[in-house]
Write a protein that binds this ligand. Structure first.
Ligand code: NAD
Length: 427
């Protein structure tokens, strides 16, 4: 641990368990890479955090107040970039931790962005479309001074989507008096979104899974895959891996999972979900709980739902050869070390799910330049950037024997530290 750990100071509001767990990653790699203690200290906390109250008239006529957050962790390399999530567990600590991960992710992918995250603490599944729209618009107006195409560009995350981004873009545009598509990414194509953005995170996850199979020299014709979470990230990863000949043996959503060791018919499952709204009771598979799903034997496990799903209490039950982190922060630090020691290759979140922010960057650039690329062009450029980042992380891992997460952090934080050193400390 560097000297900063010995300095006494009052606790910050964001320092909940989730935040401290994420902060431990930079503490570990700072020591390993001999990071300048001043830079280390500056990178351990968010730069700014805004907490807002969002009053919403519900369909019943009653007004309910929700708490919303927007956090910028660092903006050294460019405008802040990060998703907005709607979830009952959203807190200042969680959003700050996720903003920090966004900083490392953008730096690792060599994108000209800093890290941000936002969210509203709510039960999105209990809200009508109208309530969601009013919630989103009022939240946008409350954080309007933080966001903008040169300042902070939100994107979708858990329980937010293209429609949410369209409402944010519209609210912002009406407030400034002209259309500003580049204030958000992940918006519908008809209002300036990029082809390929909706599938980009899942596509990147699938690409990393393939690269990890090559790196670990797994000799299986059709590697078996288990996926926790079947939303945007999980379902797209399943669809692409299925098309590439992988065998998806189990998937789950918030209600539970399904398992067939011989493989699930993914196109039929996608059609089933769009009708039934959940994976449970899919014909030709057995129902399993989310806890059971994580311990199923497989070649590749892809957590693509919430954070902290693999931890000290279930890490000894994990039964895969490769773990590809589709979700943000799904593995606790103890579990990360334990699984690595057991020989499991972990492709860390800041690499595995970086496809989304990479195509968000393409969307932002296309918007600013008023030109549009074909889907094929977008996917090719995505593969190029993901491929380069995978090569860098796997090469460093091979050379140093670091855990892949530490390799990824070392590359990202190394870039950022150099930029911070050159820019200096104001005043
Ligand atoms: P989503 O809202 O589209 O889907 C979330 C899925 O997780 C749903 O299937 C939901 O039913 C399931 N789920 C929720 N709670 C669960 C639980 N307790 N157990 C099992 N499943 C549960 O969200 P998404 O956009 O797919 O995001 C999933 C994860 O990927 C999040 O951690 C998010 O931060 C991360 N991520 C998303 C993107 C993106 O572009 N969407 C980019 C980077 C990272």
């Amino acid at each position: 641990m560097s000297v900063i750990a010995s300095v006494k100071r009052p606790t910050m509001e964001c320092e909940n368990e989730h935040f401290l767990m994420t902060q431990r990653q930079i503490d570990e790699i700072a020591f390993e890479m001999g990071l300048d203690p001043e830079l280390h200290e500056r990178l351990r906390y968010p730069k700014r955090a805004l907490i807002v109250t969002v009053p919403v008239r519900m369909d019943s006529g009653v007004v309910t107040s929700f708490t919303g957050y927007r956090v910028h962790h660092d903006v050294t390399l460019g405008p802040a970039k990060g998703g907005i999530r709607f979830h009952p567990e959203v807190s200042l600590g969680e959003v700050s931790a996720l903003a920090m991960l966004m900083t490392w992710k953008c730096a690792l992918m060599n994108l000209p962005y800093g890290g941000a995250k936002g969210g509203i603490r709510c039960h999105p599944w209990d809200l009508s479309l109208g309530e969601k729209e009013r919630l989103t618009r009022r939240y946008t107006s409350e954080i309007i001074n933080l966001i903008g195409p040169d300042k902070d560009i939100p994107a979708p995350d858990m329980y937010t989507n293209e429609q949410t981004m369209a409402w944010i873009m519209d609210t912002y545009s009406i407030n400034v008096g002209h259309s500003v598509p580049s204030v958000v990414t992940g918006k519908p194509v008809s209002i300036g979104g990029s082809l390929g953005r909706n599938e980009a995170t899942g596509r990147g996850v699938a690409y990393c899974a393939q690269r990890a199979v090559e790196f670990s020299e797994l000799k299986t014709a059709s590697p078996t895959v288990v996926i926790q979470g079947f939303g945007n990230v999980g379902s797209v990863a399943a669809k692409i891996l299925h098309e590439k000949g992988f065998t998806i043996v189990a998937v789950s959503d918030v209600y539970g999972g399904i398992y067939n060791p011989k493989g699930l018919d993914i196109p039929r499952l996608l059609a089933y979900i769009s009708e039934m709204g959940k994976v449970e009771n899919f014909a030709g598979a057995n129902n399993v709980t989310n806890a059971e799903l994580l311990s199923l034997p497989c070649d590749i496990l892809i957590p693509a739902a919430l954070g902290n799903q693999i931890h000290s209490e279930n890490m000894d039950k994990i039964n895969c050869k490769i773990l590809v982190e589709g979700a943000n922060g799904p593995t606790s630090p103890e579990a990360d070390q334990y699984l690595h020691d057991k020989g499991i290759l972990i492709v860390p979140d800041i690499l595995a799910n970086a496809g989304g922010v990479t195509v968000s960057y393409f969307e932002w650039v296309q918007g600013l330049m008023h030109l549009f690329w074909s889907e094929d062009e977008v996917n090719k450029r995505l593969e190029q950037i993901m491929g380069r980042a995978c090569d860098q992380v796997f090469d460093l891992t091979k050379k140093t024997k670091l855990r892949p997460r530490m390799s990824a952090l070392r590359i990202g934080i190394g870039r950022l530290a150099e930029a911070k050193r050159l820019r200096g400390l104001y005043p």
